[in-house]
Design a protein around this ligand. Structure first.
Ligand code: AMP
Length: 488
């Protein structure tokens, strides 16, 4: 069995790994760390939960331990699709670089520009950023990427889903041609393949087996409901959700409930709270400070039920979640695997229950095709005739704001790296390793929530229920009446 000490990591990094209690490297670490330390590009095909974050942070810390950062010119750059993931990566740097003097800055939305500017001005070894915020800083002339020696792209497939690929291409083009690139993606969609062919040079390809089937230790069920008028169906689904949660009794220690739309995340959380459940929402429109507080509470066990959108919950490392509920069948079958993978971690048993309306049966079929099995049907505990709860309408929810991809910037021509015809490949096939360590979320300063801007580029839209034909100026009375119908 390979040991961490076989991997050529700096002694101070090994000491921090030892403190973390890890016994041996995970397959992605074993495959990616040696070529990364040799200065090679790495293409890591691995999902979260496999230890992929340490597979790039450990060699980076080893390589950056020597040398000094210059003002406004970060020496390395890590790009992450969401603020939470960026914060998680920053925590990893804190954990593994505790015996090494490295400076870092986190550039994410919801944190004040001034504080971030100050750090960058002083010079940082590691810059961790979401693409939009990075480009904002760049455009304000506060940042130079010409000193970047190592660039990491984390969760590239999620970047693709969120419409960030043109931003990524632009950022690649702003970094030196000689940089080392460590690129991670759970899947290799054609667009991702194209990017890696363009920007990676002779990469070591390290692949850990994809979770094409959900882990065996997760019991899965689906409850079918007929549905009907959308507002009625939504009320029925919330009644059913409460019944399902209650039916789990004490076996439910904590749960994540996934909804496809941000409005539903808010409505479901509010509804659960009203009915005495300990629940809170998390999605991209909430202030960063609130997101951090909610996540910390959930990780720490003070909050029992987290109601989440895919984007906000993706990649989050919460080691023990007893239940996952899918309030909706996800529109992308792959999201089902990511969602239910939040439970059953570290070899524990988990339970995943989904609600499927008649209109979502096509999506359910896609999920079952992907996981190559039929999800056992569970009888509706309300007998399929859920009573309607009539509640006075309140005017708090917003119109539909499905977690949608950001619009992207205009694409600039990428700086092409020389293509090597037959890249040497290191292929490690194995199953993902479950997490062992819980890490607190980084505390960040709140700022006014920001609306996504139109950057005039492309991006894959997911916004199915958007009111069209009124531009950005949907009259508030329309928004309100839509919300009222769903306000239970
Ligand atoms: P990641 O895939 O980077 O999100 O990591 C998932 C979890 O695995 C995190 O909680 C890490 O702390 C944990 N982890 C990383 N490397 C190892 C290792 N070598 N042994 C055990 N756990 C690890």
């Amino acid at each position: 069995m390979t040991k961490f000490s076989d991997l050529n990591l700096a002694p101070k990094v090994l000491k921090a790994v030892d403190d973390a209690g890890y016994e041996s490297p995970t397959p992605i670490q074993e495959g990616a760390i040696p070529p990364a330390l040799e200065g090679r590009d790495v293409l890591g095909i691995a999902q979260t939960g496999t230890g992929k974050t340490a597979s790039f942070t450990l060699p980076m810390i080893t390589m950056l331990a020597r040398g000094r950062a210059r003002a406004r010119m970060p020496r390395s750059l890590v790009l992450c699709p969401t603020r939470e993931l960026a914060a998680q990566v920053a925590e990893n740097f804190d954990t593994y670089a505790k015996y090494v003097k490295l400076t870092k800055a986190l550039l994410i939305g919801g944190v004040s520009f001034n504080e971030q500017d100050r750090l960058i001005d002083r010079g940082v070894d590691v810059l961790i950023a979401t693409p939009g915020r990075l480009l904002d800083h760049f455009e304000r002339g506060k940042l130079l990427l010409t000193g970047v020696q190592i660039m990491v792209v984390d969760e590239a497939d999620r970047m693709l889903d969120m419409g960030f690929i043109p931003d990524i291409e632009r950022i690649f083009a702003m970094t030196p041609f000689t940089r080392q690139t460590l690129f991670f993606s759970a899947t290799m969609a054609p667009e991702i393949e194209r990017i890696t062919n363009t920007f990676l040079s002779n990469p070591a390809r390290v692949e850990v087996a994809r979770q094409a089937t959900a882990a065996e230790n997760i019991a899965q069920n689906v409850v079918m409901i007929k549905g009907g008028r959308r507002d009625k169906a939504a009320t029925e689904k919330r009644d059913l959700l409460r019944a399902l949660i209650t039916a789990e009794g004490d076996s439910l220690t904590n749960a994540i409930i996934f909804c496809n739309r941000k409005t539903d995340v808010d409505i479901v959380a509010k509804s659960l709270k009203k009915h005495g459940f300990d629940a809170a929402p998390i999605h991209g429109d909430l202030e960063q400070s609130q997101r951090t507080r909610t996540l910390d509470g959930f990780r720490g066990g003070e909050l029992r039920i987290l109601v989440a959108s895919d984007v906000a919950a993706r990649g989050l490392d919460v080691p023990s979640v007893s239940h996952v509920f899918n309030f909706d069948v996800p529109g992308h079958a792959e999201d089902y695997i990511h969602r239910i993978g939040r439970t059953g971690r570290a070899g524990r048993d988990g339970k995943a229950i989904m609600i499927c309306e008649g209109r979502d049966e096509k999506n359910l079929a896609a999920v079952e095709q992907l996981i190559k099995k039929e999800i056992p049907r569970l009888d509706n505990p309300l007998g399929g005739n859920a009573p309607e709860t009539v509640q006075p309408a309140e005017k708090t929810a917003k119109p539909d704001t499905q977690d949608k991809p950001r619009r992207t910037r205009t694409r600039s021509k990428p700086a092409k790296k020389p293509q090597v015809s037959a890249p040497a490949e290191t292929v490690v096939e194995t199953t993902p390793v479950a997490p062992v360590q819980e890490q607190p979320a980084q505390d960040t300063k709140p700022k006014e929530p920001k609306q996504p801007r139109n950057r005039g580029g492309r991006g894959r839209g997911k916004d199915n229920n958007k009111v069209v034909g009124m531009g950005e100026d949907m009259p508030s009375f329309i928004a309100q009446s839509f919300a009222e119908r769903y306000d239970d």
